[in-house]
Design a protein around this ligand. Structure first.
Ligand SMILES: C[S@@+](CC[C@H](N)C(=O)[O-])C[C@H]1O[C@@H](n2cnc3c(N)ncnc32)[C@H](O)[C@@H]1O
Length: 786
């Protein structure tokens, strides 16, 4: 952890204690003992072993009746009588709300055998209803059994149906389905002693053509979740490939269950997690709503057999050897199973809750937040409407937020300084009567770029004639005050829309040109705050031979994403705003999964995840260039646009989407193809931008929000969050598919809007087949006003 890290910034871990076979009652006292140890919650089974035995006896009696019957249809399905006092230890009291109630893991709601499914449903419904009656707030449910004989994933829909029903029993309860990260048919705990699943009759276990697969399906468990859509995840000891981890990361996860078996023993015999697991926990704990951690089967609560025992609280302060991850103390190497076997057992564990202590230690040692994480805290995955600084007048507080950026203004200053140095070195003529380089910040806001231009002039030693143009009358007040108080009157402040500004006025009543036009009119998708339209409109003041625009160009970029949380939020907004699903939103993307990545094509086809357990970096998304704008535009293009204005015959027959077509040179359209290795759901498109502020002999200065280039071009820049183009109906993407995205920038001379369409293709026997297509989305009703 960074020494300067602020403890207030550190994530809070909520840690629970869970035993899959808790054999002792969860009493108020036990809960207090667990809290003394620094656990935040406990799991408790809803029903007892007595109830389990009662159900098994009922099943045997039914099977005996079937065997004895001449006509099986005459035997009624078994009925479980209501719970009795011996069937459950749970009771309504003050502490029940702090428990995570467990439904019986031995039922099989997904069983293809109707008798097993019928019994399981009854058990499940009675348990959920009783837990809700007692006031339980969270219920953990064993996920569906994914394999029955030859059948794979056959009963997931049955399971999902039962969950729906349970939600109607307890509308205020959180149901959390416990799932493994990957579907490994060779590891199936539901076939244990006492489980109902093995009682399923053979006749119901025959596959519908073909044997059920016995190979690991990395996305199989996610597939099941996709039908059920509420989840708790069990962290396996061998983490699956990063593509699977990233997929789960994008889902609204409530609980992360870490079984004791997932811990390793380090050289000194302490229980630790692999570097990969640590990285995964860190990733999750940086979410706005991080999941709770459930330590599973790490031994009983200390003192369970001794109510008078004095508990020591896990504080998270551990010795270096206690937390050393590996046998050789190297942080990048975990023990192989053979090495682990050689590690001497810890003789006498001093710490009664070593796993909890280790998790508390991790909590204390989370890496410090990056500037963007600190700045954006609370904004993760929160949808915001993009600003319209042209149509609206921004508030002072909005400018204040921009001005906190530690990078943007610094980079602008570098760009202006480089431009001034080159101007001087190249001996270019200037537009001012006294030879100063005329610099205008157009859209000056409260003036931070003006300050930077003045500094750039001082540091480069190039004299400038400084102008600040702003159309927001309120910001204009501050600009004038600034000029008086801090710029010593060195700036001429003009209140004007830049498009109608005539240029620097001279003593003789004429208007001169500007040598360097500085602007910051960029939105999250580069051109969505109408920088192209504004800069075209002010180009008439630019020095026609040497004039420079800072920025000189900008590009929009995008990539398809799975974003279930954003999709739900957009859908919820639709009730009050029908345009929400067709409105691009600014959002600090966090819990998302990139569907198309540039990682080497290994993971989903290989049978295991990263070998060493070492931290694997998330794959690089395939972020593609959509389009570009450069400034100044050619004089011929501006001349044609001017000709079209007013609708003369010489200006053509009008615009394709309305208006005269005067802004049609800013129309753009582009189709992109993204390769997707793993199946998933496309909920929308993530948009970014890059810009070249200046490029010349003195250097190139760029800004970027593109996740692939931001670190190289403008690390820690916080001014812009990405943009999200939602899909009304998510598009299901099969394995080894291609996503084609077509994007349009449309205009009718009065506004600009975007349109987008997503198609999914697979190639079968050499033919590219379209398997899904989204609607054509259009933000025309919510366009950016010119
Ligand atoms: C994104 S803010 C940038 C403000 C300031 N340059 C900064 O970097 O903090 C864009 C500014 O441009 C102004 N603006 C937008 N369109 C304009 C136009 N056509 N003419 C003049 N000002 C404009 C807005 O009012 C706003 O102050």
């Amino acid at each position: 952890m960074d020494a300067s890290a602020n403890y207030d910034d550190m994530p809070v871990f909520y840690v629970g204690h869970h035993e899959t076979k808790r054999s002792y009652p969860v009493t108020d006292l036990l809960l207090l003992q667990a809290q003394d140890c620094n656990y935040d919650m406990l799991t408790a089974p809803i029903t007892t072993a007595h109830f389990h035995t009662r159900v098994l006896n009922l099943l045997s009696a039914h099977n005996a009746a079937l065997a004895a019957a001449s006509n099986k249809d005459d035997v009624p399905l078994p009925l479980i009588s209501p719970l009795g006092p011996e069937d459950t230890l749970m009771t309504p009291n003050d502490t029940v709300s702090q428990l995570l109630a467990l439904t019986s893991p031995w039922i099989d709601l997904a069983s293809p055998d109707p008798v097993i499914a019928h019994i399981s449903r009854q058990v499940f419904t009675q348990e959920v209803a009783y837990a809700c009656f007692c006031g339980v707030g969270n219920i953990i449910i064993q996920g569906p059994k994914l394999h029955h004989g030859d059948l794979s994933q056959d009963g997931v829909a049955q399971f999902a149906r039962a969950i729906q029903e349970a939600l109607s029993i307890g509308p205020y309860v959180n149901l959390q389905i416990m799932l493994p990260m990957v579907d490994d048919p060779t590891v199936d705990s539901s076939d244990e002693m006492g489980s109902l699943a093995p009682f399923a009759r053979e006749e119901y276990l025959q596959g519908k053509g073909g044997k059920g697969s016995k190979t690991v399906d990395h996305f199989g468990a996610w597939d099941a979740w996709n039908v059920i859509r509420t989840v708790s995840l069990i962290l396996p000891s061998q983490l699956p490939p990063m593509s699977v981890q990233s997929r789960w990361f994008s889902e609204p996860l409530r609980l992360l269950s870490i079984p004791g078996s997932t811990f390793l023993k380090n050289k000194k015999g302490y229980s630790v997690l692999s570097v990969g697991h640590q990285a995964l926990i860190t990733r999750y704990m940086r979410l706005r709503n991080p999941p709770w951690i459930l330590l599973t089967d790490v031994g009983p609560i200390p003192g369970v057999d001794n109510p008078d025992a004095v508990m020591s609280m896990s504080t998270g302060f551990l010795s270096p050897e206690a937390v050393s991850t590996t046998p050789d103390a190297s942080p990048s190497h975990d023990p192989t199973p053979a090495e682990a076997a050689q590690i001497p057992k810890q003789k006498k564990p001093q710490d009664p809750t070593p796993h909890l202590s280790y998790i508390r230690y991790l909590q204390k040692h989370q890496p410090a937040k990056t500037p963007i994480e600190r700045f954006g805290s609370g904004y993760q995955d929160y949808l915001q409407s993009p600003l319209q600084p042209l149509a609206d007048n921004l508030e002072s507080i909005t400018y204040e937020v921009f001005e906190k950026d530690p990078v943007k203004y610094e980079w602008y200053e570098r760009a202006i300084e480089a431009a001034l140095r080159d101007w001087k070195a190249q001996n270019k003529t200037t537009s001012s009567p006294d030879g100063s380089v005329v610099v205008a910040v157009v859209g000056a806001g409260r003036g931070p770029l003006v300050t930077r231009a003045l500094k750039a002039s001082a540091s480069s030693g190039v004299k400038i004639d400084m102008w600040a143009v702003e159309k927001n009358p309120n910001a204009y007040v501050l600009l004038q005050r600034h000029n008086h108080d801090t710029w010593n009157g060195a700036v001429t402040v003009v209140k004007s829309d830049m498009r109608s500004w005539k240029g620097p006025h001279r003593g003789d009543g004429s208007h001169g040109n500007v040598d360097i036009l500085v602007s910051e009119l960029l939105g999250s998708f580069a051109d969505n705050e109408l920088s192209p339209e504004c800069l075209d409109g002010v180009q008439h003041v630019l020095n026609p031979t040497h004039g420079i625009s800072i920025p000189t160009s900008y590009t929009a970029h995008l990539t398809p994403i799975a974003a279930p949380k954003l999709h739900n939020d957009v859908a919820a907004r639709e009730a009050t705003d029908p345009t929400a699903p067709e409105t691009p939103h600014v959002v600090m993307l966090h819990a998302i999964d990139y569907l198309s990545t540039l990682a080497p094509p290994s993971s989903s086809s290989s049978s295991s995840g990263p070998k060493s357990g070492a931290a694997e970096n998330p794959a690089t998304p395939d972020v593609q260039l959509v389009w570009e704008f450069t400034h100044p535009v050619s004089a011929a293009v501006i001349a044609q646009a001017t000709l079209r204005q007013g609708g003369s015959a010489a200006g053509g027959a009008g615009g394709a989407t309305g208006g005269d077509g005067a802004n049609e040179h800013n129309f753009r359209c582009r189709k992109m193809s993204f390769a997707c290795r793993d199946r998933g759901i496309c909920h929308g498109l993530a948009g970014y931008f890059e810009t070249v502020l200046y490029q010349g002999p003195s250097g190139k200065v760029e800004l970027s929000t593109n996740p692939n280039t931001i670190d190289a071009k403008s690390r820690d820049m916080i001014s812009w969050f990405p943009i999200y183009f939602p899909l009304k109906t998510p598009v299901l993407i099969p394995d080894d598919a291609e996503i084609d995205v077509t994007m349009w920038r449309q205009t009718d001379d009065r506004k600009v809007w975007y349109e987008w369409l997503v198609e999914a293709f697979v190639t079968v026997r050499g033919r590219r087949l379209r398997v899904a297509v989204s609607e054509l989305h259009s933000s025309r009703k919510n366009g950016c006003l010119m």
